[in-house]
Design a binder for this molecule. Structure first.
Ligand code: PEP
Ligand code: MN
Length: 361
């Protein structure tokens, strides 16, 4: 576990406390837009303001950020309403500029987290600076790379560190701009339990209609905070127009969140939960016994195929297993997704085991 000083920043308590809310435009565009958006957001229940100053864009000739002048607009606007300002940094120069203008919170963007050289450059530039920093997940679903970036900052002496989950890019088109793969931030929480995790529904969703449901999901998974893009006039924003929400809509989203506790002292609930968990443990044991029985049969099959010089994979048979189990699963109210994932895992292990046996001397 990393020694982090968290409770004073970012973290949400386990009793269904309010999440740490960071909101603000994708990009600072004009002095007036920054001041007006910040003024409107300050009337809502937000804890910090975000604005992109240098924008990493996929294609050239898009708006690449207003640059250093935006730091002054943002800092002045935040001072006026007494809220901390958060800005993305992608290199050492950005770090120096942000520290010079007194930016209160920094974050490393998804396109930077993928690059250990860039993260190390930022970590070196931050050596000795006690500034809170948030690390977005890398664009590819690689937990080790995410953890590596966090460790580089920690090694540079930073202690107020949080992670931001902003989803992962993929070639396939899905309803999300960046697929959430919730299991990755869940595993991050298991690996570094005292690291606050903030969800960025804006970059996960890509469209404003989906944002409320992703915020709720993050709350149900006990994320510590939310970073949401908000603009006074979203459809005319110079970047990420489709996913930004007005400050009024932001407030509606936050006020409609259902905040649940992690645990309770209610003895009735606790006994009931324990009973149900005992039942689950018994079923899980049975599941493990059955999987082990299945693997014993796989060994017999492997020996049988070996003696008769038959290939491990017979595509027709595998296709039949997938199709039949989907039909049988549906009858038992098990989702196609679960059946597919489960049987792929079982099949992968079966092939691994058969390969081992077939190639034994
Ligand atoms: C952003 O927050 O505006 C941004 C560029 O996000 P990401 O690094 O997640 O793409
Ligand atoms: Mn954006």
């Amino acid at each position: 576990m990393l020694d982090l000083q968290l409770k004073e920043f970012f973290s949400r308590d386990t009793k269904g406390g309010k999440p740490f809310i960071i909101a603000g435009p994708c990009s600072a565009e004009t002095e007036e837009q920054v001041h007006e958006t910040v003024r409107q957001l300050a009337k809502q229940n937000v804890d910090a303001i975000r604005a992109g100053i240098w924008k990493p864009r996929t294609r050239p000739n898009s708006f690449e950020g207003i640059g250093t002048i935006g730091l002054k607009w943002l800092k002045d606007a935040c001072k006026e309403v007494n809220l901390p300002a958060a800005v993305e940094v992608a290199n050492a120069k950005h770090v120096y500029e942000c520290l010079k203008f007194g930016i209160d919170i920094l974050w490393i963007g998804a396109r930077t987290t993928v690059n250990p050289f860039a993260v190390q450059e930022i970590a070196d530039a931050l050596e000795g600076a006690d500034v809170p920093i948030m690390v977005k997940n890398p664009i590819n679903p690689d937990l080790e790379l995410w953890i590596g970036a966090i460790e580089r900052l920690h090694k540079a002496g930073l202690r107020r560190i949080a992670a931001i989950h902003r989803g992962f890019s993929s070639y396939e088109k899905t309803k999300y701009r960046n697929r959430p793969y919730w299991e990755i931030p869940i595993e991050l929480k298991r690996r570094i339990p005292n690291l606050p995790i903030i969800c960025d529904p804006s970059h996960i969703c890509g469209t404003r209609e989906l944002i409320a449901s992703v915020c709720q999901k993050a709350m149900d998974l006990n994320f510590d905070g939310l970073i949401i893009e908000s603009h006074r006039d979203p459809s005319h924003a110079w970047s990420d127009a489709a996913q930004q929400v007005t400050p009024d809509r932001l407030s509606e989203i936050i006020n409609n969140l259902i905040l649940r506790r992690v645990s309770t002292d209610n003895p009735e609930f606790n006994t009931q939960l324990e009973d149900l968990r005992n039942k689950i443990d018994r079923v899980d044991d049975e599941l493990l016994d059955i999987l082990s029985q299945r693997m014993e049969i796989v060994k017999d099959i492997a020996n049988c195929k070996k003696e008769n010089n038959i290939t491990i994979l017979q595509p027709g048979r595998w296709d039949e297993i997938v199709k039949n189990s989907l039909v049988k699963g549906r009858k038992r109210n098990l989702s196609d997704d679960m059946i597919t994932t489960l049987f792929q895992a079982v099949h992968k292990e079966s092939i691994r085991k058969q390969t081992e046996i077939m190639n034994e001397e």
